[in-house]
Structures are given as structure tokens and as C-alpha cells.
Design a protein around this ligand. Sequence first.
Ligand SMILES: [Zn+2]
Length: 637
Amino acid sequence: MSKQLNYSKIGLLVGLECHQQLATRTKLFCSCKPRLFKGEPKVTFLRRLRPTQSELGQVDPAAYFEFKKGVRILYEADNETSCLVEMDEEPPHPLNPEALEVALTVALMMNAKPVDEIHVMRKTVIDGSNTTGFQRTCVVALNGSIEVEGKAVPIEHISLEEDAARKTGAEGFEIRYRIDRLGIPLIEVTTGPVIQSPREAQRVALAIGRILRATKKVRRGIGTIRQDLNISIRDGALIEIKGVQELELISKVVEYEAKRQLGLLEIRDELKKRGVTEDEIRGEFHNATELFKKTKCRVLRKAINQGKRVLAVKLPKFSGLLGREIAPGMRLGREMADRARFWGRVGGIFHTDELPAYGVTEGEVDRLKRLLKAGPEDAVVFVADTLENAADALRAVVERAKEALRGVPEETRAANPDGTTRYMRPRPGAARMYPETDIPPIQITEEYLQELASRLPELPEEAVKRLMVEYDLNEKLAKQLVDSEYLGLFEDTVRKAQRVSPTVVAATLTETLKALRRDGVDVEEVSDEQILEVFRLVDSGRTTKEAIPEIITWLAEHKDGTVEEAVKELGLTVISGDELRSLVDRVVYENEAVVKERGEGAFGFLMGVIMKRYRGRLDAKVVSELLKERLKSLYRG
Ligand SMILES: [Zn+2]
């Protein structure tokens, strides 16, 4: 068990930045559909990163660094999901009014004050994820508030922005991005930094998500909602963590980050106690290539055979601190490795806290320490790469070591799927916004706002109550449905497939789809129309509700397949009439002994045999009637 932290004592403060993709008919600044494509790209084009000057003439330091690295970007596209606007070959079209309406609706639901005029701005982007070198964004409303478990959580602003291209690969100095995602409308909701525990962070995110989904205009599936977290503790630093994709992960990320910062503060104190000064960390690099010439470590030997060098640096009095676990899976050594990878393009680092290991022997460690004049209290870090990369990597390691003396360095980190985080980049500098001159400002009139206010979607709590009354759903299912993105489809389905019980529809759209997703089925590939069609077939008695998971799985795997084809291919058409009668007869005959022994009491057993063998193809009620009849006639006979 990990120790429980007293979060108010350590002064934990968290702010959320929630990004949700919208399911509008078109993208934010062109008429492409907000969809992603699979398979091979039809078009690719290369760009070089260049630093973008802001209006003030300042170069973003992080952008400049990327530029210095000489990164090339390969963009992938297809003509269904992107056009000349995404390629930056054509100016943006006017702001999508449908997306603006959703954002304003959310703003009103969060009691925020819409701005009088929408001004689209350009935000410098440093990593090539936008073909233009900037992201278009606009503030829609300010100063809102939502209530979460009795506490008013301030909503600082609600913005509308274009999503960035998605990374599909990276090799050396070339990064690949797919521009299908570029331009998908994103609504951004930012809370004030008032959240005081991991659990509360999760609650607030859930509450925001519910309001967004209430508009019924949100995209669904993994990656369509992304949370950025701003986390600080007293004496720590404000750390921005990007890209938490799963709600369940939020509390873990907050907990681990609080622990990480505490752990780094403990390391700082320990270094002070050991009397380490910044001047002492001199960063003299030693060439240790010769020493590892005959090593059994495969990574090192391979590098040396390729003519690369092993460079090493001593970190005075750091022994034991690089390998110490500060939060689950997180160590100072790992932070140094992240920095080395980022600034030095190396695969990783070795350090003496984790050696001997990986084929590096105790003898080699001893000789290395002698070479660097390192005592038992010192740590040694080394790396094998080209001279330039290895030197860049060790410079980053030395810088990180110096920061350890000061405590928690400010940086932007990225969330891993297990709740840990990794170094992403330095905190971007200020002055990154300037006006988008291609798009005229849009007036928001009082009349328009009043009209929107008169038709706001029902609040999530109201929806839960209504579903329980109107469709006789239990509370758990009603809540799940409201928390899913399927409420709209649910209501559509129960209206159009009236003989299917609403409980079955709701359970399918929540529990069944969730289970399929967990099994790796790409349920986002199945359209609303197809899901509705599946229920229509159940409604008309041509297939059964037990067959639904199999049909949806088939549809997810056959992009152009129809529901009819799925049922046919899977052999899931319902068995009825004479066929069903002879099937029942056959099972009774096969189990003659049981029937003779138990008479009509064999009903349950036989029912089980039949339903198990023909799962998904039988209507249980009809089978039960037929079987009862048959047993009765046999018994009498
Ligand atoms: Zn487009």
C-alpha cells in the first residue's frame, strides 16, 4: 500500500483544462467532415519547422529549439478528411456557427459571461502539429461557475479552438503527422486552480464532461476528450501535464504528481544536507569508450561497433538519489533520461545507481568510477551515441542535476497510460498569441443569447430522473447513459424500435459497448445508423438481442459491411417455424435418457442445452413454449 498523503497539508492545488472534440457537421474553419481516416494516406507533403515570430517580434524559445534541431515534418492526408485549408494552401473559411452555438450553450450552462465579440487568435505551436505553425483559438465566455459536491468551482474561460494534427510516427529528425484531426472543433473549459485532492479533480472533470455531453454534440471514443492538468504543491512548481485521455486516470495522475514533487523536494533537502553546491556539479565529460570495448552489455557494444562514443559525467554526492523511487515508476534517474532523450536524441542513459545490470559488470563500474575519480557517495551517468548527441544528452543531465538542488523544475509533462508522466518540453514562453487576420470578428447579440438560453439542454441530473420515469431504467443504468455519449442515440432507438425494451437498449449502448471496447473492438467504427439498424432487426424478430455484440463486432471489422450482411455472414438469423420445431425435437431425442428419468422436470435442462447451442439465434420465449408442448405430449404418450 502506498502511503496516503495529506493533500491540504502539502498545499495541493489543481486546475483542469478540458478539451472535447465536437461532433459538428463540418470542421471549425472548412467544410471537411470531423472524422479520422484509417489505412494508407493518399497524399503526403514535407515541411520544415521554422520559428514563428509573434507580433512583438519575440521568438518562442521552445520553437527556436525545435528549429535548431532541424526537424522535418511529413504530413499525411486524404481528401475526404482534409482540404487545402488544413494544408495551409487556402485561407480559413468563416468560423463554423454550429460549433460556436455549442460553445455558447455550454457557456450558458456553466453560468459564464459570453464575450460581446469573438476574436479568433493565433497561438504559436512549436511541434509541427499545425501546418501553419499556429493554432486558431477564440475565447467564447469568461467567469463561469459550476457546483461540484456543494463547492463552487470557477470556470475561468470557455474557448473554441481547432484540434491539431495527430502524430503517427517519428524517426530521427523526421516526425509524421496526420492532418485529418487538424481543424476538428475543440471546446476548451478551464477551471480555476481550486481543486484540492485527486478525487476532487476527477469529480470536477466528470461534472464538466456531463455538461458537455448534455449538448449531444460531442464526438466519442478514446482521444475525443483530453484533460490537461495544472498541478502544484507548496514549495514545488506549477507543472502542466498534457493529454490525460481517460477520466479514471485523473486522480492517479494528480496523486503521482503530488508524490513526485514531494519526492523531488526530499531529494533537494538531502542534497543540501550532503552539502552539494551548483559549482561542484562541473559537468566534465570523460570518454569511457575504451573501458567498454569488451563489454558484455549489448547496447554499449553495438554502439561502440558503430563507431559511437561512451561519454560519462560525475554527479558529486548524488549516489542513491537517481535510483530512489519518488512516485510509482518515477525516479530522478528517469527524469534525467527523459531530458537526455529530448535534448540529445539518445535512446537512454546508464547510471551507477542501477548498475551492475544490463550486462555491465561490477568491474566495469569500478573502473569507470576510478576514471572519473568518483567516490562511493558520487553517481556516474553515461551514454553511448555520436559525440554530438552524447554531449547534448549529458549537458541536459547536468542541467537536470543542478535543478535538483533547487527543487521541482517548471516544465510541461505528458501523461502516460499508467498514470505516470514524462518530460515533454520546457514551459513555453509568454507572448504566444496574436490576431488571426483572415477571420473577421463575430458579434454575439443579446437576442441570440436569449434565444439560446430559452432552449438549453436539460441538466444531467434532470436527464437521469427523466430516464428513470419515462423508460423505467434503474438509476445505475440511467446514470451510465447520461455519462456516455449515447443518450441521443438511445432516445432515437427506443422511439424507432419500440418492441425492444429500453433497458436492453440502454445496457447495450453502455455496458455492452464498453465491454467490446475493452476487448479491443473498435466500436467507434460502427455508425449510429448501423446501431439503430441492429435494433430494428431485433425489433422485427429477425435476430435476437443476444446476437447484438457479435453483430457490432462484425461491423467494426467490416468497414463497408451492412447490418443485413453481418446477420447473414454470422448465421445469426433467427431460427423459427418448422426448422425450430425439428431442432427442439432433435435435442429432446438426443437427451432421451434425461427425459425418461425426469419427465416434464427435464425442461430446465433441455432449455439450457438448446439456448447454449444456438445462442443468439433463438427467441427464448418461443423455444420455451415449443419445448413445454413437446414434453407434455411425450409425457402423456
Ligand atoms: Zn478542410
